[in-house]
Each structure stands twice: as C-alpha cells, then as structure tokens.
Design a binder for this molecule. Structure first.
Ligand SMILES: Nc1nc2c(c(=O)[nH]1)N[C@H]1C(S)=C(S)[C@@H](COP(=O)(O)O)O[C@H]1N2
Ligand SMILES: [Mo]
Length: 405
C-alpha cells in the first residue's frame, strides 16, 4: 500500500484526527476478533461524520453503533464500501445511463433529466446491508473487510422503477438476467471490474429502483451518486452504485463477482428468493440473495455500569428481507428467559424497525443482555455462528455483559 497520507491527499480525502481516537470509543463492537478494533480508527471522509475506517484503498468505512440512534441513517453517517480504488466523481449534468444488451429490443440512453421526467418517481425506506457485515466477528477468522456491526444503514430512497426503464427498452423473451455496471473501472487495480446481475424476475420487481435521492438529498458521491440500484431485501452487493450501464442478457453473467464471490453453500441459509440461473448441479454454492433476520442493540455497551434497582432501557432495531419483523425478544439473564420488547412504528417492510425493552436489575453482578428478532415467516436469529468461508449472513444473537453494582 502507498503512503497513506499521500493517497489521502491525492484522493481528496480529509483526515480528521486520524490515529487520535482511543480504541475505547469503539468498544461497543463487543466480541470482535482481537486485533480488529486495534487496527481501526475514526476518520471523516468528505461529507461524512467520522466513521470507522476499515481500509483506505479501496474506501471502506463503517458506521459506529452509537450513530444508529434513529430509524433512518443520515447520509453523513451512512457506511461506504467500494471494491475498486479509482472511483470517479461524476457531475449530474455529465451522467448518462445506457440501457441495452442482446436481449433489449430498443437500446437507449438516459440523462438524469429524462430519468426524472419520463418515469414516475417512487420512494421507499430500505436497509442497505453488506453481505459481509459483522465478518470481523467470524471465528475462525476469515479474509475480507473486517467489518464490525456497522456495514449497513437504512435510508429513504427515491428513484424510478427499474422495470419502467427496462420496459422502454423492450425486453426480449430470451432475457434471463439484467446486468449492472458502475462507472469505476479496474484500470489501476488487479481487482476485476465490479459487474453484477439480477435475475430478470427480480429486476422487474416493483420495489427495485434506479435511485437518485437518498434521504431527500441528491445521492452522495460516496454512496453512488448520481444514481444507484436499490434492491430492497437483498444484500447490498446488488445495489450497484454510480450505475452507467444496464443490460438485458440471454445468458447468466459470468465473472469473479458472480462466482466465486458473493456465494454461500447451497442450503446453508433459509432463502425464499433464489438466484437459480446462477446455480449449477456441480457447484456447491449459490449466490447470496436475501438478508437474514437480524437485530442490533444500539444503546448499551459491554462493561457498562448500572445501579441495582434503577431501570435500564435497552434500545435497538431489527430487520429482515421484507417479510416483516413481528417479534423482538430480550433476555437479561444470558438467554435463560426471554421477554417481548416493544416494537416502534412500522416504516415499511424493508426498513429497520426500532424496539425497546426496560428492566430493573435487582441483583448486583454481571447481567448478559441479548436481543433476538423474528419475522412473519417464523425465521429467527441464530445463537451460534453459521460459519461460511466469506463470513456472510452473520445474524448471531449479541451478548452484552453489563455490570450492576
Ligand atoms: N459501483 C459499485 N457499486 C457497489 C459496490 C462497488 O464496489 N462499486 N459495492 C457494493 C457493495 S458490496 C456494497 S456493501 C454497497 C455499499 O453501499 P454504500 O457504499 O452506499 O454503503 O454498494 C454496492 N454497490
Ligand atoms: Mo458488500
């Protein structure tokens, strides 16, 4: 890796107090593999509050847990994940989106003005979560960006329906997948160009958007502006940022990012929506698709001190692939007994759902607090890690040990 300050200067990244942040600031990520936290600090990228740096080249920064104090994750707190290092900043006026591919009847090009004018705008709230969120907690350790709990965020996205734009191009009957390419290329990288696809049936889902706004603002550069794909319910690998080309294709997309990357062993995780055109009988893996049901405790930390007889309020959020969270249970005795938390307002089935739980510890000593979400399908979180070599789909129930005196 090049000298870090040189890189930051050239890439225009501002370093705020790099290296000055004590690791104690980050202890909310309890249970991280040793060394993970020590190697990270908080730094502010342009337009962002200080986020937890996981790497500079490419830019990978996660949201500290205590930033998740509301149902919407503000743009300046939203995590950033790029696979490649040379990500161009594109002015909206210069941006063009090409729609084509061998299975498109009438390829065409769109400007932002046309995208906004010619297609109805849709707004929805949805969780964008990296497949590898919590990878740094994997035991045994696995290779990849060593994320803690914050490689995710929940935003209100506004854009055109992908299906409306595809309809204008006319999709031929032989189309099997829709492919997506972002503006960045592999020119300076050994890493292959980041290209992804969706099965046609998913690409034409009503909720899949070409989004140009995030929380009421133009989509920020680092989160994929001028426009990105939003695939509510599916992990963020499909949420192509800085989208510049969309192609309808008659054959399954090949390439590193479809196989071997972003795959899990077949049958390991419950999945309603499978990406079968990317499956083969002689291949043991299948593309990761839907997020698994999960929750996060956001307001208490490992080792935090409380007084006996004084109420403790535990807060957090829960989410899934869009089936709907209908239950969050909390244990304050390390999982022996569970009680229902109070669910906050429903902001739509793809959104974080806030919850809270209050209890009054009477006995001094260590109390292990846990939260476990379930969805309308009856799926719930796991108590033991479901190990897979890429560290995907970690929805292990957290254990936060508080001290009562
Ligand atoms: N063009 C482009 N889009 C991309 C990626 C990328 O590297 N390049 N990474 C994907 C992955 S793996 C994730 S987790 C999300 C991260 O979105 P964010 O940076 O807005 O948080 O973007 C997705 N879209
Ligand atoms: Mo990701």
């Amino acid at each position: 890796m090049k000298n870090r300050r040189t890189f930051l200067k050239h890439s225009g990244l501002a370093v705020v107090g790099a290296g000055l942040f004590a690791p104690t600031k980050l202890l909310s990520a309890a249970g991280l593999a040793s060394g993970t936290l020590a190697a990270s600090g908080l730094e502010a990228l342009p337009g962002k509050k200080p986020l937890i740096k996981r790497s500079y080249r490419p830019v990978n920064y996660e949201t500290p847990v205590d930033y998740f104090d509301d149902v919407i994750t503000p743009n300046d707190r939203f995590f950033v994940r790029w696979h490649l290092t040379n990500v161009p900043e594109i002015a909206v006026a210069d941006w063009k989106l090409k729609i084509g591919g061998e299975s498109a009847e009438r390829p065409f090009e769109l400007t932002m003005e046309q995208l906004k004018k010619d297609f109805p705008a849709v707004e929805l709230i949805a969780v964008c979560q990296c497949s590898g969120n919590r990878r740094g907690l994997s035991d045994p350790h696995v290779a990849g960006v060593e994320w803690g709990y914050g490689a995710m965020g929940n935003a209100r996205w506004k854009g055109a329906r992908l299906k409306d734009v595809l309809a204008k191009a006319g999709i031929k009957p032989d189309a099997v997948e829709i492919t997506f390419d972002g503006a960045e290329g592999p020119a300076l990288d050994k890493t292959p160009d980041f290209v992804k696809s969706l099965p046609l049936w998913k690409a034409v889902d009503d909720n899949v958007l070409i989004a140009y706004e995030m929380n009421g603002e133009p989509l920020p550069h680092l989160n994929g502006g001028p426009a990105r794909i939003v695939v509510p319910g599916w992990t963020a690998t499909y949420w192509m940022k800085k989208i510049v080309a969309i192609n309808a294709v008659a054959k399954p997309l090949q390439g590193f990012w479809m196989n071997p990357a972003y795959r899990v062993p077949k049958g390991m995780f419950p999945t309603g929506e499978r990406f079968t055109s990317q499956e083969k009988d002689n291949v043991a893996t299948t593309p990761i698709t839907e997020m698994v049901v999960n929750s996060l405790i956001t307001n208490i930390k490992d080792g935090q001190r409380f007084s006996a007889g004084v109420p403790v309020v535990v807060k957090g959020m829960a989410w899934d692939a869009g089936y709907g969270i209908n239950l969050v249970e909390v244990s304050t005795d390390g999982g022996r007994t569970w009680q229902d938390a109070v669910l906050d307002r429903d902001h739509g089935r793809f959104s974080f759902r806030l919850w809270q739980f209050s209890f009054q510890p009477s006995q001094p000593g260590t109390h292990v607090v846990m939260a476990k979400a379930s969805n309308r399908q009856g799926a719930t979180q796991t108590l033991e890690l479901i190990f897979n070599p890429a560290g995907y789909q970690n929805n292990v129930v957290q254990r936060i040990a508080i001290q009562v005196a």
